[in-house]
Design a protein around this ligand. Structure first.
Ligand code: NDP
Length: 400
């Protein structure tokens, strides 16, 4: 079997750690070419010593210097590079077969696009890249012949429930698929009284009942903007209109999503909530391999419940549908405003209940334009960050 050479963008994060865990179980099958991070030197040092990549990229230059010194002292042969341009270079390096795109937020867009343009197997966790510029990313995948495989557990589940041979980025609705049920746990505030939302703290928002994730996606899950981003992601990956997708609350996070067909069949993918399952699926596809995930025991699970999300509790979900309807750069604006608002909330500069308010005001302030170039997307992203920043500053005056 040919060894797959892998670049992991965002290796020090939650998805990066799970990916390395899966890969380490199959040393004959995978070799790590490059690992990348923003500035977590200590974790990157450990990863370099354990997985011996050819290259480690730290976006932050001081962090790169510190890593270089630490690795030299340990006799490591890993080459350390600095800066965001190096991310795209390790994503498109000729010896690389597969790229795990697991940087959080819009920072992942350019290296993910580079991997797609270079025709790699792209394992897409960085949903923000698709939300910002689905048209460009899908076009790059089609032109280069890249293989795009979803890592988000819901989209990976949908992919597994689609007819064999379905290719993401084909502009064709999967044959006979009538409805996609996108499941959502509802996060930590599913039952919390609405009048207490203004007092929610970052640690409360990051304490997800079922999944262990990075802080940004944990807050997105608490507001359900994560599900909104996933609706947009599903429209691009599976070439379906928004009306085909129905979000359903499923507190147990065991059914990861479902596809309903014309003949009345509904296919679902089930499993324990552990990201190593979709990661192993996409790494091995079309084969299967060991992931280290505990087998699912349905008998001890007992009940699987489903219900409709309350619009008043999760206004962020409605905003995502609004952005989809406006089309063009509106979803890039939504994403940027959300990133700014979540960062401000995590830094205790914005109340939890103000996150959707900032996003709605930013969406209203910027006219959607067609996504005909990367520059157009990046310009919408910059504009939205500036306006959302002003909104946060105004909201802060109200809060304090
Ligand atoms: P984490 O916050 O745990 O990790 C983020 C990674 O990105 C880290 O390696 C971080 O480096 C790096 N990073 C952060 N900012 C930058 C930047 N400006 N430039 C380059 N690298 C950067 O995130 P997650 O692993 O939770 O999520 C990653 C992506 O996967 C997100 O898009 C998320 O939506 C998606 N996803 C995550 C799931 C999960 O279970 N965690 C499930 C499904 C999707 P450093 O450590 O140095 O800061």
């Amino acid at each position: 079997m040919k060894t797959t050479q892998l670049t992991i963008l965002g290796s020090t994060g939650s998805i990066g750690l799970s990916t390395l865990d899966v890969v380490a179980r199959q040393p004959e099958r995978f070799r790590v070419h490059a690992l990348t991070a923003h500035r977590n030197v200590e974790r990157m040092r450990e990863q370099c010593l354990r997985h011996a990549p050819d290259v480690a990229v730290m976006v932050d230059a001081d962090a790169a210097d510190a890593l270089r010194t630490a690795l030299a002292a340990s006799g490591s042969r890993t080459q350390v590079r600095a800066g965001s341009e190096a991310l795209a270079e390790v994503a498109r390096a000729p010896q690389v077969d597969a790229v795990m795109a697991a940087i959080v937020g819009g920072a992942g867009l350019l290296p993910t696009l580079a991997a797609a343009e270079a025709g790699k197997r792209v394992l897409l966790a960085n949903k923000e890249a698709l939300v910002m510029s689905g048209a460009l990313l899908m076009d790059a995948v089609r032109r280069s012949g890249a293989c795009l495989l979803p890592i988000d557990s819901e989209h990976n589940a949908i992919f597994q429930c689609l007819p064999n041979g379905y290719v993401c980025a084909e502009p064709v609705t999967p044959h006979g698929a009538r409805r996609i049920w996108l499941t959502a746990s509802g996060g930590p505030f599913r039952d919390r009284p609405l009048d207490s939302f203004a007092g929610i703290t970052p640690d409360e928002a990051c304490a997800h009942p079922n999944w262990e994730m990075g802080r940004k996606i944990s807050v997105d899950s608490a507001t359900m903007m994560n599900k909104g981003l996933e609706v947009i992601e599903a429209c691009w990956l599976f070439a379906v209109p928004p009306a085909t997708i129905q979000v359903v609350l499923h507190p147990q996070s065991i059914v990861h999503s479902m596809v309903a067909y014309d003949d009345g069949s509904v296919l679902a993918q089930l499993g324990n909530p552990d990201m190593r399952t979709p990661i192993a699926h996409a790494l091995a596809w079309p084969e299967r391999m060991e992931s280290g995930v505990e087998p699912l025991d349905l008998l001890t699970m007992g009940r699987l419940e489903f219900s409709e999300p309350e619009a008043a509790r999760f206004p962020a979900l409605g905003l995502a549908y609004q952005a989809l309807e406006r089309g063009g750069t509106a979803t890039a604006v939504l994403n940027a405003a959300n990133e700014v608002a979540v960062e401000a909330f995590l830094a205790e500069r914005l109340a939890f209940s103000e996150i959707p308010v900032v996003i709605a005001a930013t969406l209203d302030a910027i006219e959607a334009e067609p996504v005909d170039s990367l520059e157009r997307v990046l310009s919408a992203d910059r504009k939205a960050r500036a306006i959302a920043g002003e909104q946060v500053a105004n909201a802060r005056q109200v809060v304090s």
